[in-house]
Design a binder for this molecule. Structure first.
Ligand code: NAD
Length: 504
């Protein structure tokens, strides 16, 4: 089955989208977008150099006054049209996303693309609900109110695991609030970010409001973060790179939003619905081939359910169909690249010396051997402080550990540097209530793991970063709050002047 998306034709003019036009990069370095299912290059482009970053920031700065000055209703209408164009193009987006990421087409069609369209619809509505909380005569002599203003040019950097959704999460709240943006997708996956920006253009969002720089992290990325014309940095990616981005953003005094890595715990209490927990764990661990910052990675199962949970997960993992991502029947696609597959295999191979690989732990042979595939993998017997329990693996690997008392289960769930997401499984409202209060993560699911929605915020605690994507909460990142204060007395000599002039 072949993927019909023709990147070469679609982006023949280059992979830099600046002021409404595609153009080539000038870094002197070529990069290939590779279909991870086959290992074949599907599109080769020249990476952005610093000149393209400068041009994109300049285009965004020029577009800012008009876009920031548009009424909320005008921005809302443009975003509604944008959502409609995305809807018309849904199948093309799904194919391009599957081609560059190796995602099963059903995931692209039924999760990534509709989620992104829904985001556009949500922010079309939310654009009209930007509000300041306080207004009134707090001193008696003055009227105070809050203006929420856009920040300016936002420089965003995104990872490769959900390129379209990351573009949507970064771009939509920023532009709904009146900012303009330069987005740098991961160099492995620029295709759907480019389509996204072109769709915005088709919807009538003015040129320069959304610009895409397809470049490498070290040069184009760092240049964007440090750029004096950029007022805010919004970064999604690994915690290690996030720290570097934070250093540069801090040294240039920029507002910063960081969405970083995760290592989500999955806590199963002994009264849980075992079938639900087993299905939830396998789906939560394998979604997007485990390359999901909120994926279920560490299952802690209370002792009475432990053996049944482990065998249930192993049996269910054995039914998962690896295959051609373009085929609707495929459950699990390849990892993003052979390098990522080897990295994941490295974690599992090192774990063999201290833990048990119950199932998986290998790449498939035969027809799939040319792709970056890796079998669903279940590991048990690892110590809490071992690498496989503590490090973000970002592959189809689930580690299961037992626990005895409820205190222990919650303590183990909190025992990594990360705090992005977690789930707890129980029929007891007091246990689940306690888990929601005591687990330190930006999202806690009860009796489910993974669902996200436009109306609710996504963001981390601890080393998973700070700030929120999606929902009205994201406007706190993409707006600045101005206090405006009017004197109501019309007297020349204000009462408070006595603190300067005394009785005169
Ligand atoms: P990464 O950190 O390697 O790269 C992310 C982006 O940063 C890419 O665009 C890359 O080109 C760029 N980059 C790399 N070095 C840079 C530098 N020195 N300066 C500026 N930019 C630089 O992450 P990845 O491998 O693309 O993605 C996987 C990671 O993303 C995982 O850790 C995952 O948990 C995280 N992630 C987090 C969320 C979230 O919402 N918290 C969502 C998706 C992915």
């Amino acid at each position: 089955m072949s993927n019909p998306f023709q990147a070469d034709e679609r982006f023949a003019d280059g992979a830099q989208y600046i002021a409404g036009e595609l153009r080539p990069g000038t870094s002197g370095r070529e990069h290939a977008v590779v279909d991870p299912a086959t290992g074949e290059a599907v599109y080769t482009y020249e990476l952005a150099g610093t000149a393209e970053v400068d041009a994109a920031v300049d285009a965004a700065a020029r577009a800012f006054p008009e876009w920031a000055g548009a009424t909320p209703g005008e921005r809302s209408e443009a975003l509604h049209r944008f959502a409609a164009v995305l809807g018309d193009r849904a199948e093309e987006f799904a194919q391009a996303e599957t081609l560059q990421c190796g995602k099963p087409i059903k995931l692209s069609r039924e999760f990534d693309v509709p989620g992104s369209i829904d985001n556009a619809s949500f922010f079309a509505g939310a654009a009209r609900h930007l509000e300041g909380k306080s207004a009134g005569e707090y001193t008696g002599d003055h009227t105070s109110y809050i203006r929420r203003e856009p920040i300016g040019v936002v420089g965003s950097i995104a990872p490769w695991n959900y390129p379209l959704q990351m573009a949507a999460w970064k771009v939509l709240p920023a532009v709904a609030a009146g900012n303009t943006i330069v987005l740098k997708p991961a160099e492995l996956t620029p295709l759907t970010s480019l389509l996204f920006a072109q769709a915005a253009d088709e919807a009538g969002i003015p040129a320069g409001v959304i610009n895409i720089i397809s470049g490498a992290g070290r040069d184009a990325g760092e240049h964007l973060v440090g750029h004096p014309g950029v007022a805010m940095t919004s970064f999604t990616g690994s915690t290690a790179v996030g720290k570097r981005v934070a250093e540069i953003a801090t040294s240039t005094v920029k507002r910063l939003h960081l969405e970083l890595g995760g290592k989500a715990p999955f806590v199963v209490f002994d009264d849980a619905d075992l079938e639900a927990a087993v299905h939830g764990a396998v789906a939560g661990a394998l979604i997007n081939t485990g390359q999901d910052c909120t994926a279920a990675t560490r299952a802690y199962v209370q002792r009475p359910l432990y053996d049944a949970f482990v065998s249930g997960v192993a049996d269910l993992m054995a039914t998962v169909r690896l295959g051609d991502p373009a085929d609707r029947a495929t459950d699990l696609g390849p990892l993003i690249s052979h390098a990522q597959r080897d990295r994941v295999a490295g974690f599992v191979d090192r774990a063999r010396s201290y833990a048990t690989v119950v199932t998986g732990g290998e790449a498939p042979q035969g027809e799939l051997a040319k792709g970056a595939y890796y079998r669903p993998t279940l590991v048990t017997g690892a110590a809490q402080d071992s690498e496989i329990v503590q490090a973000e693996i970002f592959g189809p690997v689930l580690v299961v550990l037992p626990f005895d008392g409820d205190d222990e289960g919650i303590a183990l769930a909190n025992d990594t540097p990360y705090g992005l997401a977690a789930s707890a499984w129980s029929r007891d409202v007091y246990r689940t209530g306690r888990a929601t209060r005591e687990i330190k993560a930006g999202c806690v699911w009860i009796n489910d793991h993974i669902p996200i929605l436009s109306e609710m915020p996504h963001g981390g605690y601890k080393a998973s970063g700070f700030g929120k994507d999606m929902s009205a909460y994201s406007f706190d990142e993409y707006t600045q709050v101005k206090h405006v204060m009017y004197d109501n007395t019309a007297v020349a000599r204000k009462d408070w002047h006595r603190t300067v002039f005394g009785d005169r």
